[in-house]
Design a protein around this ligand. Structure first.
Ligand code: NZQ
Ligand code: ZN
Length: 388
């Protein structure tokens, strides 16, 4: 295995009644707070009032930016960066899911430069400074609450690009599972698929890995498989929501990576689906993942499917390895499409093959995704077609 550095300085307040620490934490960074949120779910749930009351109670100055869309747009980032400059914002507070937190991170970076924030993605302009970001998470999915990643869409260029910069990692995150009670069945299912995919992207590798990390990843997967259906059935089940929330953070805060060097495959392909068709990230991943696993199955990768099938789905290890591998893909498909009730084909969500070749080219940057198995344009197009 490779050497690595691990440093996750996000302070986490986990559980109910933790919001009472919000004011004191924000105060550490200054006086002027920019509160960012999405389309209004936090107003319906009452979280907005609770957050505003804490901010005001701490004597801080409050500014707001709302309307951040799922698959957040660069326009929101531009607006936020401008507001930060105009109002001399000291700290940004994102209250929402991954879209709100991601966009807010890039507002924080955009506030410290003179160029267009899209340059961070189109020209890979350096991120040397950023205002501090804190978050109050409302949806268990992306891990954005504890990582430095942020994915932004540009509808004009049909691009959806992610970039990770540790300087953008939230300084403090409030993780109250009850803030996710109001998440719909559909978004709970998509969130579960996203968490699983973050683990799969690291787990399915032919690189030599730490046994300890494989065990942790299998535990995280089993947690999602156990609790997502419970949360969908009973949205106010605290234990289920808590397990999903903490799993979402640990699936993508760098911990399970453990120095692995390979690229992510399903995310590269899914970002093209979201960029062209604005679909929910987790849904795209659920449709792609079983087809990707089928595509990658070969003599060299077989052992990993066997490990997955036996340890995660409890398949009988006495069966033939290939039978275990095929059964594990089938059981995963059943979980996504029967248990979680997600649509199982791109056709069902109105996506045809018209853009597949250009999407495939963009997904691999015209070269190869060096993932579980290397994927070139043709491989990616084949996987997209298998999803129809
Ligand atoms: O906008 P509001 O009104 O808040 O409604 C949202 C939105 O419609 C709603 N929602 C969120 N919390 C809720 C709630 N509804 C009721 N009750 C609550 N408590 O759910 C909808 C989806 O929200 P969104 O933030 O888009 O979902 P998610 O957290 O799945 O974020 C998806 C975005 O994150 C990116 C994805 O590509 C996508 O753009 N990702 C970010 C990553 C990262 N930063 O590391 C990694 C991921 O792989 C992913 O790419
Ligand atoms: Zn994801």
């Amino acid at each position: 295995m490779n050497s690595f550095t691990y440093c996750v300085p996000t302070k986490v307040y986990f559980g109910t009644n933790q919001l009472c620490h919000l004011g004191e934490e924000l105060k550490r960074f200054g006086k002027r707070v920019l509160l960012t949120y999405g389309g209004g779910s936090i107003k319906k749930s009452g979280l907005y009032d609770a957050v505003v009351s804490e901010i005001r109670g701490a004597g801080l100055e409050l500014y707001e930016l709302s309307g951040i869309a799922p698959n957040p747009r660069i326009d929101s980032v531009r607006e936020g960066a401008k507001l930060c400059k105009e109002k001399k914002i000291d700290v940004l507070l994102a209250v929402g899911g991954g879209s709100t937190i991601d966009a807010t991170k890039w507002m924080a970076a955009g506030a410290c430069v003179e160029h267009d924030p899209w340059d961070f993605f189109s020209k890979w302009s350096p991120v040397e400074k950023a205002l501090p970001v804190c978050s109050v998470l409302t949806l268990s999915a992306t891990g954005s609450e504890m990582n430095g990643g942020g994915v932004v869409s540009n509808p004009e260029t049909k691009d959806k690009i992610g970039r990770v910069e540790s300087i953008l990692r939230p300084r403090v995150s409030f993780l109250d599972p009850s803030a996710t009670f109001s998440v719909s069945k559909y978004q709970t299912a998509c969130g579960a698929a996203d968490i699983l995919s973050h683990i799969f992207e690291e787990y399915f590798t032919t690189e030599k890995d730490l046994y300890m990390l494989d065990c942790c990843m299998e535990g995280l997967m089993k947690t999602v498989i156990r609790y997502a259906p419970i949360a969908m059935e009973n949205p106010t089940d605290y234990e289920a929501r808590a397990n999903l929330m903490w799993a979402s953070s640990w699936a993508l805060n760098g911990f399970v990576n453990g120095g692995k060097q390979h690229s992510w495959s399903c995310h590269s392909m899914e970002h093209e689906l979201s960029a062209f068709y604005d679909i929910t990230h987790g849904l795209g991943l659920a449709i792609l993942t079983p087809r990707w696993l089928e595509h990658c199955l070969n003599e060299k990768t077989l052992f990993k499917y066997v490990q997955f099938g036996v340890n995660v789905f409890g398949i009988d290890p006495a069966l033939e390895p290939l039978a275990i591998a095929k059964k594990s893909i089938q059981m995963l498909s059943d979980f996504f499409f029967k248990t979680l009730g997600l649509d199982d084909t791109l056709t069902k969500i109105g996506i045809g093959e018209e853009n597949f070749s250009v999407m495939a080219k963009k997904a691999c940057g015209g070269g190869t995704i060096e993932g579980f198995v290397p994927l070139n344009e043709k491989d990616i197009e084949t996987i997209f077609k298998a999803c129809l």
